[in-house]
Design a protein around this ligand. Sequence first.
Ligand code: BGC
Ligand code: NOJ
Length: 815
Amino acid sequence: MSTYGYFDDKNREFVITRPDTPLPWLNMLGQDEFYGLCTQTAGGYSFWKDARLRRLTRYRYNNNPMDNDGRFLYVKQGRTIWNPGWKPTRTPLDAFECRHGLGYTRITGRKGGVEVEQLMFVPPNENLEVWRIAVRNKTKRPQKLSLFSFVEFCFYEALNDMTNYQRTYSIGEVEIEGSAIYHKTEYRERRNHYTLFGCTRPVDGHDTSRDQFVGVHHGLHDPQAVLEGKCRNSRAYGWNPVGAHQIDLTLKPGAEEMFAFVLAYVEQGDLPKFAAPFVLNKTKGRQILAKYSDLATVDTAFAAVKQRWADLLSIYQSPNVPDEHLRRMVNTWNQVQCMATFNLSRSTSGYETGIGRGMGYRDSNQDILGFVHLLPERARQRILDIASTQLSDGTCFHQYQPLTKKGNADVGGGFNDDPLWLILSTAAYIRETGDTTILDAACGYADKPGSKDVLLHHIETSIAYTLKNRGPHGLPLIGHADWNDCLNLNCFSKEPNESFQCTGDIAGSKAESVMIAGLFLYAARDLAALYRFMGRNDDALRVDGYYADMLKTVEEQAWDGAWYTRAFDAAGHPVGSKSCKEGKVFIESQAWCVLGGAGRNNGRAKKALQAVDKYLYTSEHGCALQYPPYSEYHLELGEVSSYPPGYKENAGVFSHNNTWIHIGWTMFGEGEKALEYYLSICPSAKKDHDVYRSEPYVYAQMTASQFSPTPGEGKNSWLTGTGAWSFVAASQYMLGIRPDFAGLRIDPCIPKKWKGFTVKRRFRGVEYTIEVKNPQGVSKGVKSLVVDGKKVAGNLLPPSSGGRTAVKVEVTLGA
Ligand code: BGC
Ligand code: NOJ
């Protein structure tokens, strides 16, 4: 229990006990195509599929308060106006609670003896959200009050919506029918969709003009209609359409009133667009409202959200892991974050505006690693979508738009790590499912759409691209950047109006990346193993050859004495070397050289991890990205040194890359170190929320490091590669239940004092109950494996279980 809330692990909820958290604490509603962002004070917005092209409600980023727009309810009780979620009025409440659950948020506020509960969720496979409202009179007297709902509509294309007012102030259109508000801006011309905001009970008034409801000189904290207790029944013509309903209630002592609001995205499909000239065909909207007017349907839909999560999470559970934080993250919240990163990549959160970045090529490939066990068919489709944004020469669009699946031409390609991540996601999919047919799935290149090429071709193209594009040391060329978007070794921008990352011509550039070399090792080893699994030994041997060649280069060119060099800049100078004044040791090249298998036979891998431990790690915050931070702007290094020391890529704690080191420690059987490092970045383990500030239940992209003036401050939560990689590190390497091509590999690496733990894992149609015992107090090493009473050699559970669907596995660790 902290000042702000606590985990209710049984109900898989985080309970926020006061509304004024150090930053807005966000939840994600939805799993399919309709998504809602929702903070503990009901701030946030909703969109369908694409937060840029189909934004339904308006949200002003970088607002103050940050989450000033949202799904608001106002209560007018006597002369007082208040919100159950506290904001926007911030009228002090007698009681407040917000429960962020899996796919839902339930806010309950009480004032003057009246309790209002607002439960918000997105039913599975529906393009809508429901707010189920309960109003309770907790007093012994009758209570008279008015309740108002409020959302502000967005004109769908979010960038235009927030920049082009000379147009947008004149285009807004709505229709009203009973309690249903239809937002139909631009519907007369190209759009075939609209937004419905309706209430399941009759209302006592409505507003659709913001100027009428809020008032031109008022704000969301004191809307005029609410102050006066009376909607104007306005119809918006231009300006800013909103949706507001008024419901007058008189509640007997102890009475409760329940009803719901529905916010839906509706596509007309083949239906006639209009019922009469200029009149929207409302058939679908009416059907939706009719369906949810029955509160039993609302409750069934809510139960379906819960059931869906329960089903998904039942695929992987390790209920009695001794460490509380690891247990909670791996069983619940880390998997929830994996769902969000899979769906949203880096497009939209409290920090990502939904306009900038869309789906990242490298990001989405990595997100699959933590998601594929949940819904492998969706991962399969995603892999093919991502691969289709690769060009036939091997380069990849760095980002693409979720709705159109088309690469973002403004940013383009040339981030030279991108192609290789496709191999990791594909291998993870095949390890999970055994389905190698994905390799033959048709998948054109972005410059040759519809061609007969297949996924395997993309994978070979990616390998060939890296092999071909090498620099003076034989290491892969970095292009605009590698995983570290800010290591722009070819850009040389002196001009403040230029992009750090994309300025300059990378053709003929010489800067090289050791991180990409390590990633190549990892990918090539995966691909060779895959070819072996498929019985294609010649191909496996060919790829082994590439591996050996790159390994030799890494060992000959990239060892700096006590760690791996990070890169060579365009002039051939090392980056991340003892010879550098600043930025001597970087985390990424240690991580990827170790993960790729470099330094195994010559002691360097262990030394590389020790360098991380010595220069980068603190147990309070985790590992900084490099040491020492850059104190000056280095033209030749790009964006990295543009950040003040200790933030972001300039030696902040970038959680994502920490997880690779967690895996690294497990490779050396260092169970204590792996857990200690794991806990150092684990949000659930953060002790002082006034320092950490970000959500305690999901990873933030970065924490200000020991080198900054605000060490320990988390920032940019939810959308980070930490989600997927942390789940991989914890479930596959620490708890050690790891899908492999030929079966399920059992290879835990735990603290010696752990006596054991259990994992339940559904894998290729079989339900495994895996009991791990540690009688000798070791960290690693499977001494015996007993499968349904029979001893099995080695540590691999073969996929065929002789038709059994439930298998019991007893694992004894020991020397
Ligand atoms: C940030 C990176 C991010 C990149 C996206 C940079 O400013 O520091 O973390 O990946 O922008 O282009
Ligand atoms: C965040 C980006 O989404 C990711 O692609 C990148 O690897 C990291 N920042 C590090 O720069």
